[in-house]
Design a protein around this ligand. Sequence first.
Ligand SMILES: Cc1cc2nc3c(=O)[nH]c(=O)nc-3n(C[C@H](O)[C@H](O)[C@H](O)COP(=O)(O)OP(=O)(O)OC[C@H]3O[C@@H](n4cnc5c(N)ncnc54)[C@H](O)[C@@H]3O)c2cc1C
Length: 386
Amino acid sequence: MDFRLTEEQRLVQEAARDFVDKEIVPHVRDWEAKGEVPRSLYAKMASLGFLGAPVPEKYGGAGMDYVSFALLVEEISRGSSSVRTTVSVQTSLSESTLMLFGSEAQKQEWLVPLAKGMKFGAWALTEPNAGSDAANLATTATSKGDEWVLNGQKRFISNGSLADYLFVYAREPGTKRHEGLSCFMVPKGTPGFSVTKVETTTKLGLRASPTADLAFEDCRVPKGNLVGKRGDGWDQVMRTLNNGRLGIAAGAVGVARAALEAAVKYAQERKAFNRPIGDFQLIREMVAESATEIDAARLLTLRAAHLRDLGVDNTKEVSMAKLFGAQMAMRVTDRAIQIHGGYGFSGDFDVERYFRDARILGLYEGTNEIQKLIIAERVLGPTAKK
Ligand SMILES: Cc1cc2nc3c(=O)[nH]c(=O)nc-3n(C[C@H](O)[C@H](O)[C@H](O)COP(=O)(O)OP(=O)(O)OC[C@H]3O[C@@H](n4cnc5c(N)ncnc54)[C@H](O)[C@@H]3O)c2cc1C
């Protein structure tokens, strides 16, 4: 077993680190206050291939392996969890949907512009009455002539108001639970599709990431906008989320690392009782615990990414990485505030944002409880009653 990065992976990591330090870190507080990241940032990321990182070069992407992708996402998250969310939804959910299930024509028409960062994507599964229980979704897609007609609502959709292409899950009327679900690409501006609410700075965290509610009222898309096999939606959701959760696990490592780096700097500078607080054993213990937990989360994430590169089923490993990462990020960002004392609670230091941003990791793309159910099923076997 070789834990060293390849030359290519190291170069991706260095390029991302450099980019984040120059283009994200100096501006992130301003973006969070305004509730928006400028398009120019995404244009710069696109020119470096970051918006199509895992997409093969023949479809306009950077053709990175998933270990490189995880390293890239970790760095972006160190700078901004809001930017990381937009990049995750673009790559791990929207582009993944097309890479895994799209026809050749759909890849040429939609994946290429997404991978090049010319278009934005969103992935819409959650509804007011279907979150963890996604199979309860009620949005319908009715086949009429050479079109699909969509009716229903989606809730909490990241990039929902930004996206040009929305990958929407809906069911055929009369079907229940896991049956009859399919994915439909709804282009922005399609009559009958509207964004009903956008939440930015009113959220606990991710304040520069637009989270939108969507409505579909007799929204018609051509038959050719069905992505994947009709009725295979549930399997598609599970496989896509497996990619998405890998990005979130890497994001957890990034935001925790930012918090620890800030805490270490502060512990070296701040004095109490005539000594830097970093000399106190109780502070040193917090730093040691955080450094160890971050490394453990990174190892879980890179193992899951490596298995993905090998083409091996990594469902359990991804869920473990996301679960541990989400919990770890809460502990590490909390300790970072503790090390900052009262200043950690004020808006003058970044650690309060890291703490707020870490809170989403155990909620979206499957809560911590859902990850535990997935892991337990693979360790214990399925429950008797399904
Ligand atoms: C900022 C943000 C961005 C998001 N982005 C997207 C997006 O881009 N696309 C998208 O489709 N969705 C998105 N979501 C939705 C997100 O995935 C859901 O909120 C999440 O899956 C949880 O669903 P819920 O909110 O309905 O909670 P619920 O499912 O109602 O869960 C409530 C509580 O019950 C627990 N629970 C539920 N079922 C079980 C069970 N069987 N066993 C034990 N505990 C259980 C949950 O773990 C949780 O603690 C986003 C959400 C937020 C907040």
